[in-house]
Each structure stands twice: as C-alpha cells, then as structure tokens.
Design a protein around this ligand. Structure first.
Ligand code: AMP
Ligand code: MG
Length: 401
C-alpha cells in the first residue's frame, strides 16, 4: 500500500517539502560584538562616509602632481600630516607635506609619492619618480552616509562586524535565535561521564549537531539520551515541543523494530516525507510534532552530519532568506571512480590535493556511514547529482568541510 506521505523522495524534493513549513522569526537588537553568525533582520544604513575625508594610502609626501613630472624634483617640506590630525595643511607649487597612511591630504595636494621613492635632506625632499594620484583614498569611495550596507538575511561575519563599526553602527537588528532541541535516541548510547559496557557507545551526534545549529546562528539544547522506548520518547518530544521552535532527533528512523522516532511519527505525528534518495543518509523523516517542525536524522554519525548540511541547513537559511554561507563549494577532478546509485545524490568523504595546477579529489579512509573519523578528517564531501556517474576524470562539485 502506498504511504500516505511522500516516500523516498529526491534530495531536491526533500528540501522543497521542508521549505513549505515556515517559522516566523522575531527580531531583537544586539551589540555588534555579539552578532557573529546572527542574521540581519532590518536594513542597516551607514551613519558616515567612508573614508570621511580624503586621506593617504601610503607613508610618503603629499605633493602637486604637475610638480613631479620630470624627476628628480626637489621640493621644500613645509610640515607633516599624521593619522588622527584634525587640521588640514595647505601647499602651493614647489612644496611638499610629509604624510602618513590615513592622514588627511593637504589642500592643494593631488597626489602622494611613497617614502621609498624619495631622498630627504633636511627640509628638502628629492622625488626620484613622478607622484601617484591613486594613492589617495577619496572621501566616500567605500560607502557613503545613509547608504544601505546590509539587507535582511545577511549573516554576520567577522568582516561584516568590522564594517558595521567602521560605519558607526554599534547595535543591529537580528532575527531571534530559534531554540532547537537536539535529542539522541538509542539504548546503546552512553554519556561521556559514564563507563562503557560491552555493546555500548558514547553518544556523539548531539555534540556535532548542536555545533552545526550554532554555526547557523541558532541555539541548541542538548537533551539527555533517550532510550528506545515509545512512552519515554513521546514524553520527551512533548516536553521539547513546549519550549522549542524545532526538534532535531538522531537515530530510530529506519526500518528496525526499535526505530521509535519513525514509529511514533507514523502513529501520532504529521509526516511530510520519509526517506531521501541520498547516500549516505537515506532514512531521514521530516514532519510536525505538536505543530513544531521535527527533523528525524539517521543515527549513523556521518549520515546525521551530511543530512544536517544537505537538508536542515538549507531549511534554516531559507527561513531568513539567507545564503547558506556555511556550505562553501569548490570543484575538483575525481581521481578515482566513486560508487553512485542512479537517482541518488552521493556525498562521499574526500581529500583534496593539487596536481598539474588542478585540484583533485580522492576518497579518504573507508566510507562507512558509522565512521565519524572519516568525515572529521576529510577536506570535503562530493555532491554527485542523481544523473551523474562519478567517474574518474569527471569534474565534481565539493562541499568544503
Ligand atoms: P539507528 O539510526 O538508530 O539505527 O542507528 C544507526 C547507527 O548509529 C547505530 O550503529 C547506532 O549505534 C549509531 N548511533 C545512533 N545514534 C547515535 C548517536 N547519538 N551517537 C553516535 N552514534 C549513534
Ligand atoms: Mg537506534
């Protein structure tokens, strides 16, 4: 009997189905020093011109270019202009002002000659070359007062934080972080402060998944591991849905008898899709639990990371209309055939290396989806599209890790 929800969908379909479930994010105002990875929610306008005044890009002398056309030229030094000075000097033909990087250009000067191209003797400077007009940074050439520097959706980076400060902006409006519950399921999982008995493993997924939530600018709550028990899982999901915007689980979504996340969602949840044509990571389930979006990620550690990057990250960035800046791509030539499956998107763990001025990708370690060391030590993940074969010599898109 056909499933009453989309079953075994392509990765693109999965991403589209997730995007139909939206969450409206509220805004808050925060200091720029706390804004790393946060998503801008309002337009941000510069408060000043940058530069605020014409200034020198070099240490040297400010001169009139027409004086310097037939080197060597001798000029008299009439003063200095230092960074931070609040007065403007003035020169006429035959004169030069010693000037430092960032210092205001004297009136009458139209060019700079770097100190390296000069010989100084007392109050005289000899210019061994013509001066250079392009060593002047012009008022407002970077951005001007009231110019929009960011639009909603921009994700704050270290460079953008500096740009805000340069523009005189100390606080910005950002979307409030989503509160995301991260819940691991499995009888075999033990916390790091416990001793392992035979058959048990350390729970590791919730740490990496929470770190992924963090770099996407949201707030993760790591729950204590949930054993494979329908009643306890139901209680935990109910609890999580009360004070979180979204739930991410790991484990328990495959075909096994104890895959209770899937079983519970089938019985009591609202499933939007189950299973995706991707390798690794085909078991994910997505839907609503008590009207809150729930991503049921596979338990296999590599799969949980890959599915987060391929699906959850895309959904999070779509909510704020942002670019997925955490997924950076490059292209590399495959150094060997990669195992693919028709209709599936294939994410293999690769190492990148250079040869003959080209970048190549080769498989790194063994590709088992339980091998977290394999992905942790890789340079990237292949993105072999459903209609591609992944043959040696093919140019392949790579997600940089
Ligand atoms: P499952 O998806 O529950 O069938 O689990 C698949 C595999 O992933 C099993 O080998 C589990 O032991 C392992 N696994 C499940 N959850 C975690 C976790 N949170 N941390 C590390 N390994 C896990
Ligand atoms: Mg399990």
């Amino acid at each position: 009997m056909a499933k009453p929800y989309p079953y075994f969908v392509s990765l693109d379909e999965a991403i589209n189905l997730c995007q139909k479930t939206e969450i409206k994010l509220e805004s808050e105002s925060i200091p720029i020093s706390e804004s790393l990875n946060r998503v801008v929610s309002n337009e941000i306008y510069s408060k000043i011109n940058d530069p605020g005044f014409d200034n020198s890009a070099m240490d040297g002398f400010a001169v009139m270019h027409s004086d310097t056309l037939s080197p060597p030229t001798q000029l008299s030094i009439i003063g200095s202009s230092m960074a931070g000075t609040t007065t403007i000097q003035k020169i006429v033909s035959g004169q030069a002002v010693r000037i430092m990087t960032g210092a205001p250009i004297p009136a009458g000067a139209d060019s700079i000659i770097p100190i390296e191209d000069c010989t100084v003797l007392g109050n005289e400077v000899t210019l061994n070359k013509p001066s250079r007009p392009n060593f002047i940074r012009k008022q407002g050439e970077n951005f001007s007062i009231n110019q929009i520097i960011f639009t909603p959706g921009e994700i704050m980076s270290p460079e953008k934080i500096s740009l805000c400060a340069a523009a005189g902006i100390s606080t910005i409006s950002v979307f409030k972080k989503l509160k995301i519950a991260v819940i691991s399921t499995g009888d075999e999982l033990k916390s790091l402060d416990e001793n392992l008995k035979f058959g048990q493993i350390y729970e590791s997924n919730s740490y990496g998944l929470s770190a992924l939530v963090d770099i996407y600018g949201h707030e993760a709550t790591r729950f204590t591991n949930v054993v494979d028990n329908l009643v306890i899982l139901r209680e935990t999901l109910n609890e999580a849905s009360k004070n979180h915007d979204c739930i991410i689980t790991s484990g328990g979504v495959s075909m096994g008898d104890k895959d209770y996340v899937r079983i519970l969602m089938e019985q009591e949840g609202d499933i939007k899709f189950w299973r995706v044509k991707m390798r690794p990571g085909s078991p994910p389930i997505f839907g609503l639990w008590n009207d809150k979006p729930i991503f049921g990620l596979p338990g296999n550690p590599v799969s949980s990371h890959v599915v987060f990057r391929a699906i959850v990250g895309k959904w999070l960035t779509s909510l704020t209309n942002s670019k997925d800046i955490n997924t950076k791509y490059t292209y590399a030539i495959l150094d060997e055939d990669i195992k693919t499956q028709e209709g599936f998107t294939t994410f293999r763990r690769v190492e990148l290396f250079s040869k003959d001025n080209s970048t190549f990708a080769r498989l790194k370690s063994h590709q088992g989806s339980g091998n977290i060391a394999g992905i942790a030590m890789s340079d990237g993940l292949t993105v072999i599209e459903p209609d591609q074969l992944g043959r040696k010599g093919d140019v392949c898109k790579i997600i940089l890790l």
